[in-house]
Design a protein around this ligand. Structure first.
Ligand SMILES: Cc1ncc(C[n+]2csc(CCOP(=O)(O)OP(=O)(O)O)c2C)c(N)n1
Ligand code: SF4
Ligand SMILES: [Mg+2]
Length: 350
């Protein structure tokens, strides 16, 4: 990094060693109006708890704005600011830059303050992708962008986003007689895309609040490592996914155990799977996707053929991608041959 681009120190947030070692304090508490069983609200609670009191949180429009700050009530205990739907990236850079300038001018005491900007999948993967991408090119500012992905524009009544899974029933894709599946596009791989394309970004990970300790420790790592960082969380949404709220936790687990949602982190450009995805990458059997899909009303219209197609796509992701669940490329046959030849030569020389 050029010497004129000074970087402020970050907080050194060591991983929580177990649930018994968690702090008691909460920074996202009562007073919100999310649906019963809303996993995104849990993500907010865990994210704030992991970050601690010296934190500023910025949130783009969506359920986690509207339901958390209604009619002069709020669940946030730490300073919080709303930002426009596609602006989480710009808000993160602006806030981190503002803090840095105020500290340089002596108008704020010098101390590491966490900056977290969150967005939904509509705000992050669709509308705000360019602002997040731009934000991840600023190594001189410390902040985390967390995209909570409930797989729809939930706040405006479950319209489909580019993160809605193949075939799902949303208010924009109701199954009908003429066309049973109105939504036939495959979901984007945002964490993989951002990790691959932003060399200045030192930490990108996928998370799942059904594994709360692992999730909180990824938040702590992202905030401690410095520079711009990104987390993508998959959040079961009882209203949009159409299931009994008591199954949120189970669905979060099934997403991982079926291999639909791989848990990985890219730290300093080194990729690791973690949790159950680590075992899957090492050969553990995945549960059939049927067990995940048929627990949700949004897939109730699926035929066996639809489920088989979904399963095939997940199988391909684990068996044919260059890095399962992360990098959708395969290598051309001549490159594979060349690499195998080079490897054989190295082995022969050893
Ligand atoms: C520029 C803009 N377009 C449309 C809206 C209306 N709107 C408010 S919340 C929302 C849904 C956002 O979806 P997402 O980011 O996935 O968050 P979720 O509601 O699912 O939590 C929309 C479309 C808006 N606020 N601003
Ligand atoms: S619609 Fe979904 S994301 Fe929004 S508050 Fe309800 S459960 Fe949470
Ligand atoms: Mg959403």
């Amino acid at each position: 990094m050029p010497s004129e681009l000074t970087v402020l120190p970050t907080q050194d947030l060591k991983p929580f060693k177990g649930v018994k070692k968690l702090t008691q304090e909460e920074y996202f508490t009562s007073g919100h109006r999310t649906c019963q069983g809303c996993e995104s609200a849990l993500v907010m609670k865990l994210m704030a708890k992991a970050a601690g009191p010296r934190t500023i949180i910025l949130g783009s429009t969506g359920c986690m704005y509207v339901a958390n700050t209604t009619y002069y009530s709020t669940a946030w205990v730490v300073p919080w600011m709303h930002t426009q739907l596609g602006a989480s990236g710009s808000a993160a850079v602006g806030t981190a830059a503002g803090l840095k300038a105020l500290m340089r001018k002596g108008r704020l005491p010098k101390e590491p303050i966490n900056v977290i900007a969150f967005c939904g999948d509509g705000g992050g993967a669709d509308m705000g992708l360019s602002s997040i991408s731009a934000a991840l090119t600023y190594p001189e500012y410390n902040f985390l962008i967390l995209m909570y992905d409930n797989e729809s524009y939930a706040n405006t009544d479950i319209q489909l986003s580019s993160m809605t899974p193949y075939g799902a029933n949303t208010t924009f894709s109701p199954p009908g007689k003429a066309r049973r599946l109105l939504h036939t596009r495959w979901k984007k791989n945002v964490a993989g895309m951002l990790a691959a394309g932003h060399p200045e970004c030192r930490y990108v990970a996928t998370v799942d609040a059904s594994y709360p300790l692992e999730m909180m420790n990824r938040v702590r790592k992202a905030l401690s490592i410095g520079g711009p960082t990104f987390l993508h969380s998959l959040d079961p949404c009882p209203k949009g996914w159409d299931y009994d709220p008591m199954f949120s936790h189970e669905l979060g687990e099934l997403a991982v155990e079926t291999g639909v949602w791989p848990l990985f982190e890219v730290e300093e450009h080194v990729l690791r799977f973690y949790g159950k995805s680590k075992a899957i990458a090492a050969g553990r059997k995945r549960l059939p996707v049927r067990e995940y899909l048929l627990k949700q009303g949004r897939f109730a219209h699926f035929t066996d053929e639809d489920i088989a197609y979904f399963q095939r796509k997940i199988d391909e992701m684990w068996s044919r991608w260059l890095i399962p669940g992360v990098c959708a490329f395969d290598l051309a046959a001549d490159i594979k041959k060349g690499l195998a030849k080079a490897e054989a030569e190295v082995q022969a020389a050893v």
